[in-house]
Design a protein around this ligand. Sequence first.
Ligand SMILES: Cc1cc2nc3c(=O)[nH]c(=O)nc-3n(C[C@H](O)[C@H](O)[C@H](O)COP(=O)(O)OP(=O)(O)OC[C@H]3O[C@@H](n4cnc5c(N)ncnc54)[C@H](O)[C@@H]3O)c2cc1C
Length: 485
Amino acid sequence: MNTEENMDIAIIGAGAAAVGLLDALAATAGGPGGITVFEPSPHLWRGRPYGPDLDSVRVNAPPAIMSIRHSDPGHYAAWLGTRGAGHLDELLGQPLVPRALYGEYLAHTGETALAALRESGWRVRVVASHVTGAARSGDRWSLRTEDGRGHDADHVVLCVGGGTPQDHYGLGRAAGFTADPYPLARTLDRVPPGGDIAIIGSGLTAVDVVVSLAARGHTGRITLLSRSGVLPHVWQSPADHRPRHVTAERVAALHRERGAVTLEDLIGLLRAEMEEAGEDFEDFAAELLATETEDPVRRLRRQLAAVGDPRIGRRVLQETAHTLGPYAWRLLPEPDRERLRSHFRLASSVASPMIPVNASTMMRLLDSGQLTVAAGVREIEAVDGSFRAHGDGGELTPDIVINAVNPPPRATPRAAGRLVASLRAEGLAELHPSGGLVPAVPRLHVVGDFAGGGPFLTSSIAGVAAQAARTAQAIAAERDAMRVA
Ligand SMILES: Cc1cc2nc3c(=O)[nH]c(=O)nc-3n(C[C@H](O)[C@H](O)[C@H](O)COP(=O)(O)OP(=O)(O)OC[C@H]3O[C@@H](n4cnc5c(N)ncnc54)[C@H](O)[C@@H]3O)c2cc1C
């Protein structure tokens, strides 16, 4: 085993999770030691979402919840400074920048952390290769990269991201079908401006595709093909309200007092929060539950008009779904988790809303008739160079189909498939029954969407940053314990 003076940390993947981890390690763990980051992408620190792309591909959340430094929620806003001025979402009153610009923030933070770590004595290197396998001998890890080389480590942290869109209708390599829409700068280049486009899905990725087609001046018909037809909710402008009931302290107190926390308890906290603000919980709950049945266009119009509505109910739910949600999720009994999972479409629509500037574009295209939402889609097939889609509204025959189906949370990232198979084969980790990876041995960590046992919603930057900080603390605590021993 290596000595504590030479603790080696291997970080697999260099997206937002790795940046959060390195930033937290630079603040918590003094050197010397070794850090090796493995990342095959030329766009270091940006991961899947934040590489170069069209300016119309924007971040989906305001700066207050996009800091990758968990201990400093203002870190991103401070970096952004005047850079955000040209990207103001007028309705929200917040800068919502192209995702590539957010990628610059991640790159800056990642490089700054590496420099700080080197400064305090760490040996740091980046290996531009996939990790394809892992083995363990005693306390020491041995990782294999695709060039066949081996790399030793004491701690291994998987920061490999989440899944990619799934091909639900088996369209595979059909001409005119795009299986993965990102980067849109590349995939939309192949789309003729007057083409009849169908987009599979109606979530945030579908919204990215629609607003990017609009930004390129697309004149042809655009249809969202979806089973549910549910669109994401629309962000509301930030309010000063700080939750007093829906808080980690109240949830922890409930857990202490009763030994368990149920969904009814959490609903009770939200009810108290709303009643204190003079708002009607029953009305709010009825409106939320109608998401799955109400006409999506009518709902979008109402939500666009309510961006500045001062009521706190939806804001509290949206904020705490990401901040408190992961903690509360672990305390819930399985039947309550199952109940939440059965409302997945509704929950992700509320917890991951679209930004008002995109909602306005969607509304304009819906009003003009260029964009329609076709729900109840059951089948899409490629026929003679075109496509046929069958749904509640009858048959559609688009020329081009773009897949925007979000992968389920905790899906195995394709690029980590061989590594995950190797960890499982060696008995070093197992897949959680509801997705994600669970380490079976010490000194193996997972940060990001692939962490097993996490909540049923896809991770946000705020959640990833919190996990990264916890992992850095765990690594530093072990190092301190070894020093004392
Ligand atoms: C399209 C999209 C937009 C999003 N927008 C927002 C947003 O606006 N706001 C927000 O809060 N959240 C957003 N999210 C959610 C969250 O911020 C992102 O998913 C975030 O990028 C997660 O970071 P990550 O490091 O876990 O994963 P990723 O960013 O995906 O990075 C994982 C990295 O691991 C590498 N990798 C994978 N396997 C291996 C291997 N075997 N060996 C070496 N390297 C490997 C990959 O190449 C990749 O660079 C978005 C998610 C997506 C998919």
